[in-house]
Design a protein around this ligand. Structure first.
Ligand code: UD1
Ligand code: MG
Length: 458
C-alpha cells in the first residue's frame, strides 16, 4: 500500500502543567510520540510526517537518530485540519493511490494490529475512520449516521446539538484518507465553528457528500488504546494500563509475579522459564532474566543480563551488568556498569561494584567497594575492603589472581597486582604488588603500652 503517515504533535498540552512538550511525556519509559512511532513504523509507510509546533526543537532533538522522519512546522495551532495542511507539501498528492494515515502524538497506546486492519480496510474506501462506542463521549467528536447507518459527518462536542450529544459513537481522531482527495478537501475547510478552528473532521461531511467516495468506520473495543492524554491523571492512568498489559504478558509466559500490579517495565524484559519476581521490581532498558532467576522485592535492574538460577535479593540495584549462573546479589547491593559476575559468585549487602570482573566462585559478602578490578576464581573479599581506583586524576586497575584472601578493612591502592594464593592481613593498606603464596601485612605494628592510664577530667 502506498501510505504516508501524518502524526499531529503541535499542541502545547496546557493541562499537563509542564514545560515539557506534551508528546515527550513518558509511558513505560518511552515518550508518547515514541510509542506512536513504534506502532507506525511497523506499517512501513513511504513517509512519516510529524507536525510540531510547541517545543518543536526539543521534540526533534529527541528523535535526532530518525533521519527518515519528515518534520512539518505549525507555528500557530489553528486546528487539526490546519495541522494536517502543514504536512501536505511533503505528500505526493499527484499519486492517486496515495493514502494518508492521521495519528495523534498524544494517543500513545494505539497498536500496530489495529492500524494495520484500518489501513487494510481503507484500501477499498476513500476515507476510513477509527471509532469507539463509549458511555463517556463528552468532549469528543460524535459520528453522525443516517437511519441506514451511513456516516454523514463528525460533529464536535462544542458544535453538537443536544440530540447529537446523545450519540455514543465517537471519533478517535485516527483515520485513513485518500491523499489527493484530502488535499482538495483541506482547501475547502473553513473555521466557521464554535472553536474558530480548522477541523480535520469536517472532511468527513465533504466525503459523505461526494457520490464517488466510499466511507467506512472501524469500531475499536479497547478504550485505552485510543485514549488521548491531556493531563497527568490520564498519563498515570495509561501508564498503569500499559504496565498491567506487560504484567499480563509475563504471567502468560509463566513468570511468577507476587503482585502483577507492583511491577514496572520501562523497556524490554525477556524472561526464561520459572522466573519469580517479588513486589516493586523495576526493569529499565533491555533486561534478560534466565531460567529460574529470582528477583526480590524492591529491586531495580537496568540494561543487564541475569543468567540461569541467579538470585537478586531485595533492595539491590543493577545497571549495565552481566550476572552469571547461580550468582547471588544483595540484599542491598549496588552493581554498576561494567560489572561481570561469573558463575557462583556472591555479592552481599552494601557492596558496590563498578567495571569489575568477579571470577567464578568469588565472594564479597559485606560492605565493600570493588572498582576497576579483575578478580580470579574463589577470591574472598573481606568486609570493609576498598579498592582505591582513583588517585584524584585517573582511574587505575587492581588485578587479583585465584584463591586470594583479602582480610577485612583493607585498602588496595591501584594500580596493584595480587598473584594467586596471596593473603592480605586485615586492616592492611596494600600499595605494592603481592607475589603468589605470600602474606602481605600492610599496617603499623601494634604496640602495647603497659600500665597506661586513661585521661581523666580535671
Ligand atoms: C479531536 C477531534 C475529535 C476527536 C478527538 C479525539 C477534531 C476537530 N476533533 O478533538 O473529533 O474526538 O480529537 O481525541 O479533529 N493538534 C495539532 N495542531 C492543532 C490542533 C491539534 O497538532 O492545531 C494536535 C494535538 O496536539 C493533538 C491532536 O492534534 O495531538 C488532537 O488535538 P486536540 O486539540 O486534542 O483535539 P480535540 O479537540 O480533542
Ligand atoms: Mg482539544
Amino acid at each position: 500500500m502506498n501510505l504516508d503517515i501524518v502524526i499531529l504533535a503541535a499542541g502545547k498540552g496546557t493541562r499537563m502543567n509542564s514545560n515539557l512538550p506534551k508528546v515527550l511525556h513518558r509511558i513505560g519509559g518511552d515518550s508518547m510520540l515514541g510509542h506512536v512511532l513504534s506502532a507506525a513504523s511497523q506499517l512501513q509507510a513511504a513517509k512519516t510526517h510529524i507536525v510540531v509546533g510547541y517545543g518543536a526543537d526539543e521534540i526533534r532533538e529527541n528523535f535526532a537518530d530518525r533521519a527518515d522522519l519528515q518534520w512539518a512546522m505549525q507555528e500557530q495551532q489553528l486546528g487539526t485540519g490546519h495541522a494536517v495542511m502543514q504536512a501536505m507539501p511533503g505528500v505526493d498528492v499527484s499519486d492517486s493511490d496515495k493514502k494518508i494515515l492521521v495519528l495523534y502524538g498524544d494517543v500513545p497506546l494505539i497498536n500496530f494490529d489495529t492500524l494495520s486492519k484500518l489501513v487494510q480496510q481503507s484500501e477499498t474506501n476513500t476515507l476510513s475512520i477509527l471509532t469507539l462506542v463509549t458511555d463517556r463521549p463528552t468532549g469528543l467528536g460524535r459520528i453522525v449516521r443516517d437511519d441506514g447507518g451511513k456516516i454523514l459527518a463528525i460533529v464536535e462536542e462544542k458544535d453538537a446539538s443536544e440530540e447529537q450529544k446523545q450519540i455514543k459513537e465517537i471519533n478517535t481522531g485516527i483515520m485513513v484518507i485518500s491523499a489527493p482527495k484530502l488535499n482538495f478537501w483541506l482547501d475547502a475547510l473553513c473555521n466557521d465553528n464554535a472553536q474558530g478552528e480548522y477541523y480535520l473532521t469536517d472532511v468527513v461531511a465533504m466525503a459523505a457528500a461526494d457520490a464517488d467516495c466510499a466511507l467506512a468506520a472501524m469500531v475499536i473495543n479497547d478504550e485505552n488504546e485510543v485514549q488521548g492524554v491531556n493531563d497527568k491523571a490520564q498519563l498515570a492512568m495509561l501508564e498503569r494500563h500499559y504496565q498491567m498489559n506487560k504484567a499480563d504478558q509475563l504471567l502468560e509466559a509463566g513468570v511468577l509475579l507476587c503482585d502483577p500490579s507492583r511491577i514496572d517495565i520501562r523497556g524490554e524484559l525477556t524472561t526464561g522459564s520459572d522466573v519469580e519476581i517479588d513486589i516493586n521490581a523495576l526493569f529499565e532498558g533491555k533486561v534478560t532474566l534466565g531460567n529460574g532467576v529470582k528477583v526480590g522485592a524492591n529491586v531495580c535492574i537496568k540494561d543487564s543480563t541475569i543468567a540461569d538460577n541467579a538470585h537478586i535479593l531485595p533492595g539491590s540495584i543493577i545497571e549495565g551488568a552481566d550476572i552469571g549462573e547461580r550468582a547471588s546479589v544483595g540484599p542491598y547491593a549496588r552493581i554498576r556498569p561494567g560489572t561481570v559476575l561469573k558463575q557462583d559468585t556472591k555479592i552481599g549487602n552494601f557492596v558496590e561494584t563498578k567495571n569489575a570482573i568477579i571470577g567464578k566462585g568469588s565472594k564479597a559478602s559485606h560492605l565493600a567497594y570493588i572498582g576497576d578490578a579483575e578478580l580470579g576464581e574463589n577470591v574472598n573479599i573481606g568486609a570493609g575492603t576498598i579498592f582505591c581506583n582513583y588517585d584524584g586524576v585517573s582511574k587505575h586497575k587492581t588485578l587479583i589472581g585465584n584463591n586470594v584472601f583479602i582480610g577485612s578493612n583493607s585498602v588496595l591502592v591501584a594500580p596493584v597486582k595480587l598473584a594467586d594464593n596471596a593473603f592480605v592481613a586485615a586492616g592492611s593498606s596494600v600499595n605494592s604488588d603481592v607475589p603468589a603464596d605470600t602474606l602481605a601485612v600492610g599496617r603499623a605494628k601494634q604496640r602495647n603500652i603497659s600500665g597506661w592510664k586513661r585521661p581523666t577530667k580535671k
